[in-house]
Structures are given as C-alpha cells and as structure tokens.
Design a protein around this ligand. Structure first.
Ligand code: ATP
Ligand code: MG
Length: 919
C-alpha cells in the first residue's frame, strides 16, 4: 500500500509508534536507508526508509469521505482520515464500496431520522456523505433495477455497533419498502419489532458491550414486484447457551431474566419471583442493572413488541413462565442422598424451587427430581436406574436449563418467522447479516472457535467477491493485469471444516467415542496437523492449540470442546418435558421419532453450525454483497475517544486495509461499452455517431477527456480509482451547462410573467394604497380642523371663564376698596358731622351758656335795675303812704307788683332750665 514518493530532508512523514500506532514528524537527516525523524511529540527516531510513509500536508483537515480519494493511500493516512472525521462526528467513511462505521457511543439524532432517510432515498451513491442509508439505498435500487437479490454484511468486533447498524438498515429498508399509510400490523413493523424481542432473549451485558448479541443473525427481507416488503425470514446462529447458567462479574445473564424480575407485582407473585439477587443464575455476578435502562420499562416494551410481532398473550404468558422456571431450576441445590453416589435436593429451599419449577413447567415434581438426579441405563438385559452424585446432578440441572432456554429461543425465532410470513412469490430479497466479529481473548474456547470459523468463511466470501471476482473479470476481459497477491484463507477453512480430517470432523469423532477426553482430542489434532502451516502446537501446553487465522493467531483451550460440541438432550429431560401438561412446554420438546431416539443420541453443534454456515454462504453467494465494517473506537465504550492501535487492529482484521490496497492497485470501476457511452457519450458527441462502433466510441471519449491508465477490455471499460469520479464530474459539468441554458430560458419566461403580474398587482396595490392614504389624510385634516375648532371654543370658554372670574374678583376688590373708602369717608363724614354736632353743641352750649349768662346778667341787671327803680318808687310810695291813707293803697299795689315780678322771675328761671335740657 502507499504511493511511492521521494522522501527528502524536510519531508513530513508518518512513522510507526508503539503507543499511538502512527505518529507524524519531519525528516531531519537521511543516512543511506535510514532516516532520522523528529516526531511531533518531540522524540527523535531513526527508521528505515521503507517503513516511513509520506504525510499529505494538503489533505483537507476534515478528512475525505472516501479513502480512495486520499492522495497518499497508506495505513497512517487511513487512520488519520478516520480520526479527523470522527472528531467531527463524521462516523461513516467509504473505502470504495465498503462502508466503515465507527461507533460514536452517543446518540446522533441529526444523522438519522425520517428527514435523512428522505434525503438518501434515490440519491446516487457517493453524492451525499457516507451513510448506512446510502448502502441500503444502493442495495434496494440494485434489487429493483437488476431484479437480483442483495445482501448487506455487517461485521466488526463486539460493541462495534453491528446490531445498531443492522437496525438502521432495516428501518431504512422498511421506509423504502413500507406501505405508507397502512394501518395495523404491517410486515415491516413486524420485522422491525422482531429486534427488541430477539434482543430481550438473545442479548446480554458483557464487559465489551452492554447490549451484546449472543447469537448471529441473518434477516432476509423479501420484496414483491413493486418493491414493497412482502415477507421476511430470520435465521439465527449459535446462541451462547453457557450464559444461562454461568456468568462472570461484571456481566449479566440474558436481559429477559432481569426484565421478568422487574415485571408488575402480580406477575412476580404468579411466578414466585423476587429480587434477581436471590437467583443463582443471576447472582454469580454483582451486576444487576444497566446504566440508563429501566428493566421494568423494557419488560413492557418487550411485551408490546411481542404483541406486534404476533405472539399471543397466552404464548407470552407461557414464555415468561418458562423463563421463570429456569430461574427456579438454577436455585435447586443437591446434597448426598442415602445411597452411595446419589443425590437429593439439599434443603427445603431447594425443594420449594423444585416444586415451583414443576408447577411452572406443569410437570410432575417427583419426575423432575428423578430426571435431575437419576439416569436410565439400557443394557441388553434390563433397564437400570442409576443415581447421580450431587455434582453430576448439578450439571444435569444446568444442562436442562440450557436446553430449555435454547429451545425457547429457537421457538421464538420460528414463531416470528411464521408470524411475519414468507412470500413464496418474492423474486428478490435483501439479506442483512449481523454476526459476531473475529474474537481473540486470553482464553478461547469452542465458541470463539465457531465465531472465528464464521469470520474465516465471511472473509473468504469477501476475498472472493472483492479480489477473486475482480481478477477473474480482468482475465475474462483480456486486459493487461498483473495479479495482485492477497492472503487466501482457503487453507484455514480446510483445516477447520474439511471432511474427513478437519478439526470439526475430528471433534465429532472424539465426541462419539465415550472414552475420549480433551487430551486425546488435542493429541489427535497435533498428530493430524503436524505439518499444517496454519496449525501450531504451543510448546508448553498439552491440550491447547493455535490456529493462524487471517486476522492473526488465536490460542484455543480444548478443555471444553467436547462437552460444548455435544448437543443432545438427556432422554430423561426430553421425556419429562414432552409429557408436560403445558402445551407450550411439550411443544418445545416434541417427542422424537422412534428410530432417531434409539439410533444416535449424539448431534454435533460444530457440524450443525458448519451446515448452517454453508447454507448461509450459499445464500450470500447468490446475492450481490455490500459490506459494512463496524469499528469500536475504544474499550471504555465512551464517546470521543479514538484509540489508534485498537482501530488499526480492527481495520486489519476486517480486511479493510487489504481491500483498499487491492482496489487502488487495480481498476475499481468498470462499465460495459454501451453503458459507458450511454452515460458519457455527451462528453464527446462524435462518439455517438451511428457508424462509430461502441469500443471506438469509448476510446474517443476517454482520449478526449485526457485520462491515462485506463484499460479497454472486450466488453467493458476499466477505470482506475477516481477516474469515474472525474468523468462524472465532467459529465455533471456538461449536463449542468445544458441544464443552465434550459433553466435560463424557463426562468426568463417565468420571471417576465412573474414581473408583469407583479407590476399589475403592484399598481393596483399602489392605487388602493394611495386612495387609502388620501382618505387617511383627509380624515386627518378633518379631525385637525375639528380639533382646532374645539380648541378655539375650549380656549374661548376658558378665557371667558378666566375673564369673568377676574372681573368678578376686580369688582369684588373694587367694591371692597370702595366700601373701605366709603366707609372711611362715611366714618370721616360721620366723624365730621359728629364733630360739627359736637362743635354745634359745644358752640350752642357755649352760646347757651353765654346767652344764659347774658340773660342772667340782663335779668340780674334788669332785676337790679328794676329793684333800684322799685326801691326808688317804694321809697317814693313809702314817703307818699306816710303822706296819709293814699300811700297805703299805693303800698298794696306795689306789693302786688313785687309778687307778680317774683313769679315772672321764677317762670323765667324754669324756662331757662328747660331750654338748656332740650338743647
Ligand atoms: N450508530 C450509533 N449511534 C449511537 N450509538 C451507537 C451506534 N452504534 C452503536 N452504538 C452504541 O454502541 C453500543 C453497542 O452497539 P451494538 O450492540 O450494535 O454492538 P455489536 O457490534 O452488535 O456488538 P455485539 O457483537 O456484542 O452484539 C450500542 O448499545 C449503542 O450504545
Ligand atoms: Mg450485536
């Protein structure tokens, strides 16, 4: 692999590194065949020039979607590309036709879902990003167009994502071939829902995968003429039976046991179950729960799936009753009985479980005890019942549990198949294979042997398909081609399956001899394959053997090979259960035909598996295969961890690197002349002329395009990697240009039509709009005028009101001031009048006083005067009275006169006083 490139000082290169597989660096010095390199981790390394590879410094940082597009195709380039893509959550990458899928260990809903399916539907392969839907789409289209069956082979190690990928493939095929809008249970729904049912009974948590499928599966989806799903068949391979009785910490037994223990309370009571910790078959490991999984919910989901698949409620009840019975069987312990080498249930607890098991399986409790603790020996003379010691009884018990479980699993598969139904008229099918990948652990037993045998078979199929067929084609077409060497594994397959003399045949032989042990079996292997280059006898062991598989050497421990290969039901168990009163249990153990039960009790799992594989390979050989290689990026089962060494190993085992090498070295693309001209004729129209023959036409096209390195065979054109893409790109360009012209005209016409309509409409809209605006403006003006009027009136009213208030205030003020002034004036007048009066009074008073004094003075004067005159007269009278008698009279007259004057004086005085008071 790799492109020969000159490596000089300063070149960027990849060198091998024990920790990260490949590390990049720059060449500092070159000494002959060695180069000194400074790696990016700072280390200086000296490496042979043949072991270093150039690094593509111009490679796109996000990687390329097809490895064959890499400029430098070599291991580190491939690894780097996968890594760069994985970091961007691009988990799918093509390698030619092979899809590499790296487990993201996280949900990526954006790349699945209905919208994605819609996008991939009918899209040419390679046009969209690599995807499992694209592979399914190619298979489906090929099936429809070529009326040929296709198969999709999904492989990878445990936890790499095979089952998830398979489910997605099935979902997509159901999407393509489903009956849209159909109500009720459709075939595709049943096919999809068979997955949760099989997973509940055939999957378990292991250290490598929390939902590890412990069986292989090949699902054939049958399609009718119109491409609709019309039936399906599920074939399963090699269920891991030993898990039922024996589990290692921190693994779990099959999911169904834990689901049943988490079932609704009435079912728990019905089956006398309880906490999984109380059952021997479950409590050998301390792991009971799965992170983020609710067993109770899963139980209900499984029941729902069973409904959809078509398993009746009655059958479901019987299934879970049998599952419960297996848990109870596991709790039956044995102790020594009265007789030597005999056994009986250990205590009351064991008796209880024995009784419950018998109840659940609807068989006789004593017969069950006998079947577990005794064996019937048939000698020519008589039938003897032999007791088993406690240890053998426990083995017998476990054997019974395993047999029941594996029969139950087979029943489920049959039931699903019958319920979905096969379409006898179907002409084409798509098979999806989800089968265990190559396994090599510290300790490898019969299961690993069978699994690796399967992978050898599949690898050969892969080889045949990718390499052999390719080379045959080149030969057939008589093109110049130097054979590329590839590792053919036919010799390993011969070692394992050849009849007679292969390992499986020898194992069967050993199983049939009662005295054989694993040691004798191993010795036989050592002898037979002494010189086989694929078989190695380890120096220090007497029972182990190593097989050099295509993916590496695996050391097998032969200890349990014999036991695990024997597949026969102990007749006592068979009789017991076929006599069960439960139709379901007796149905699991139908009575054997007379002759088989007598003639051979032995049937070999290895041989049966070999036959199954043969039949699978026949099916696969009759289909067009598509390969998906699943890769597990790390053993922690966590997202975003990319372990280089681990991944490199998986790519090697999956044949991906080999396929890349071969594919790129050869002519990965080929087309029949007619097809080629049909497709690429538009690149050189002269090639389409009537008198030009097809071969010459192809030649013309290729020459015109200036391609080199292609070959023209008898009927086909052979292109180097990437050339098809280049031709397609040119074709797309020509078609694109033509399409552009058509589009331009159509668009112009449409645009003008649209424009005119738009203009008319816009004018109409404008006029309406302007009218509306004018109305609005008028309304606005009208409102403004009205507002002004209202304002005017309001203002006037307010001014008037203010003026009135002011006026009234002024008047009030004026009145008040005037009142004050008037009052002041009045007071002044009053005061003046009073003073005048006072003055008048005073003056009056003064005048009166003066008058009075004057009057008094006058009166006094008058009085004095008159007195004086009176006295002068009196004296004259007194003198005349003296003068004799005449004088007396004169005297009386005078006295009268005085009296009258006195009275007048008195009157004057009274008048004067009254006058004074009156004034
Ligand atoms: N495309 C995917 N998207 C998200 N998670 C995935 C995807 N593929 C695999 N996983 C995760 O990886 C786990 C293991 O995958 P899966 O069960 O398909 O492995 P497997 O190859 O079938 O292993 P086994 O051989 O043990 O059955 C799944 O339970 C799931 O969590
Ligand atoms: Mg699986």
């Amino acid at each position: 692999m790799g492109t020969p490139v000159n490596i000089v000082v300063g070149s960027h290169v990849w060198i091998e590194d024990p920790e990260v597989s490949w590390i990049d660096g720059q060449v500092l010095k070159i000494n002959g065949k060695d180069a000194e390199i400074e790696a990016t981790n700072g280390k200086k390394v000296v490496a042979n020039l043949s072991k270093i590879y150039p690094k593509d410094m111009e490679a796109p940082p996000g990687g390329v979607d097809d490895m064959t597009k890499l400029s430098y195709l070599h291991e580190p380039g491939v690894l780097q590309n996968l890594k760069a893509r994985y970091e961007l959550n691009e988990i799918y990458t093509y390698t030619g036709n092979i899809l590499i899928a790296i487990n993201p260990f996280q949900r990526l809903p954006h790349i699945y879902g209905a919208h994605m399916m819609q996008q991939y539907k009918g899209a040419p392969f390679g046009e969209l990003s690599p995807h499992v839907f694209a592979v399914a789409d190619v298979a489906y289209r090929a099936m429809i167009n070529e009326k040929k069956s296709n198969s999709i082979l999904v492989s990878g190690e445990s936890g790499a994502g095979k089952t998830e990928t398979t489910k997605m493939l099935m979902q997509y095929l159901a999407f393509l071939g489903g009956r849209a809008g159909t109500e009720g249970r459709t075939v595709e729904q049943q096919v999809l829902e068979s997955n949760p049912v099989l997973e509940a009974f055939g999957n378990a948590k292991t250290v490598r995968n929390n939902n590890s499928s412990r069986f292989g599966k090949f699902v054939e989806i049958q399609f009718d003429k119109s491409g609709r799903i019309s039936g399906a068949a599920i074939r399963t391979y090699l269920l891991e039976r030993s898990r039922v009785c024996q589990i290692n910490d921190p693994e779990r037994n099959y999911h169904c046991f834990y689901l049943l223990c988490a079932a609704p309370q009435e079912e728990i009571e019905k089956y006398k179950l309880g906490n999984p910790r109380s059952f021997h078959y479950l409590n050998q490991s301390k792991c009971y729960e799965l992170a983020d999984v609710s067993d109770a919910r899963e139980y209900l989901a499984t029941r729902r799936a069973m409904d959809i698949v078509g398993i009746s409620q009655k059958d479901q009840e019987a299934i879970f009753r049998v599952v419960a019975s297996i848990l109870h069987i596991g709790n039956i312990e044995f102790t020594k009985g009265k007789d030597i080498d005999s056994s009986v249930p250990k205590d009351d607890k064991s008796k209880f479980h024995l009784k419950t098991t018998a109840e659940l399986l609807m068989c006789d409790a004593d017969a069950l005890e006998d079947a577990l603790c005794k064996r019937v020996m048939i000698t020519p003379e008589e039938v003897i019942k032999r007791s088993l010691d406690p240890q053998s009884a426990a083995i017998s018990r476990d054997g019974l549990a395993k047999t029941i479980y594996s029969r139950l699993f087979d029943w489920l598969v049959d039931k699903i198949n019958n319920s979905i139904g096969q379409d006898p008229n179907s002409k084409s099918l798509i098979g999806v294979l989800d089968i265990y990948g190559f396994e090599s652990f510290k300790s490898n037993s019969f299961e690993q042997f069978c699994i690796n045998f399967t992978n050898e078979k599949l690898q050969q199929h892969f080889n045949q398909h990718v390499f052999k067929m390719e080379q045959e084609e080149y030969t057939k077409e008589q093109i110049n081609w130097s054979y590329i060497e590839f590792v053919d594994n036919q010799d390993v397959l011969d070692l394992i399956e050849k009849k007679p003399g292969g390992i499986i045949a020898l194992l069967d032989e050993a199983c049939m001899f009662p005295k054989s042990t694993h040691e004798t079996f191993a010795n036989k292997l050592y002898q037979t394959f002494k010189n086989h280059k694929r078989f190695i006898k380890p120096k220090l062991s007497r029972t182990d053997f190593t097989i050099a598989h295509y993916a590496g050497e695996v050391l097998y421990q032969s200890d349990q090979f014999l036991d695990k290969n024997k597949d026969y039901v102990v007749p006592e168990h068979q009789d017991l259960l076929s006599a069960s009163k439960c139709y379901f249990v007796s149905g699991l153990f139908p009575p054997l035909p007379e002759e088989t039960s007598k003639s051979s009790k032995f049937s070999s799992i290895g041989s049966r598996f070999k036959l199954q594989l043969q039949s699978l390979m026949e099916t696969l050989n009759s289909t067009e295969p598509h390969y998906i290689r699943c890769v597990k990026p790390n053993n922690q089962l966590k997202p975003a961890i990319f372990e280089n060494v681990n991944i490199m190993q998986q790519l090697r085992c999956g044949g991906v690197l080999e396929a890349i090498r071969i594919s790129c070295a050869g002519y990965p693309t080929r087309r029949a002349f007619f097809e080629f001209i049909n497709r690429f004729g538009i690149l050189a129209t002269e090639a389409m002329e009537a008198n030009c023959d097809e071969k010459a036409g192809c030649q013309k096209i290729l020459e015109k395009m200036g391609l080199h390195g292609y070959q023209i065979g008898k009927t086909k054109v052979f292109l180097r990697a990437g050339q098809m893409a280049e031709l397609d790109a040119r074709r797309a360009q020509v078609l694109g240009n033509a399409a552009k012209v058509i589009q331009r005209c159509v668009r112009t016409h449409q645009a003008r039509k649209h424009y005119l309509a738009l203009r008319k409409k816009s004018i109409y809209v404008q006029s309406r709009w302007r009218g509306r605006l004018a109305c609005k403006l008028y309304e606005h003006l009208r409102r403004e005028a009205a507002a002004r009027k209202i304002q005017k009136n309001v203002r006037r009213y307010e001014s008037r009101k203010a003026y009135k208030e002011l006026h009234v205030s002024a008047l009030t003020l004026q009145t008040a001031i005037r009142a004050v002034a008037a009052r002041k004036k009045f007071r002044f007048k009053k005061q003046t009048k009073a003073s005048i009066i006072i003055q008048a009074r005073w003056q009056c008073h003064k005048a009166a006083l003066y008058h009075k004094r004057l009057k008094k003075g006058a009166i006094v004067t008058q009085c004095r005067w008159r007195g004086r005159i009176a006295r002068k007269e009196l004296r004259k009278l007194k003198m005349a009275a003296r003068e004799t008698g005449a004088l007396q009279e004169a005297k009386d007259k005078l006295e009268k006169r005085v009296e009258e004057l006195t009275w007048r004086l008195q009157l004057e005085k009274g008048l004067r006083v009254r006058y004074m008071f009156c004034g």
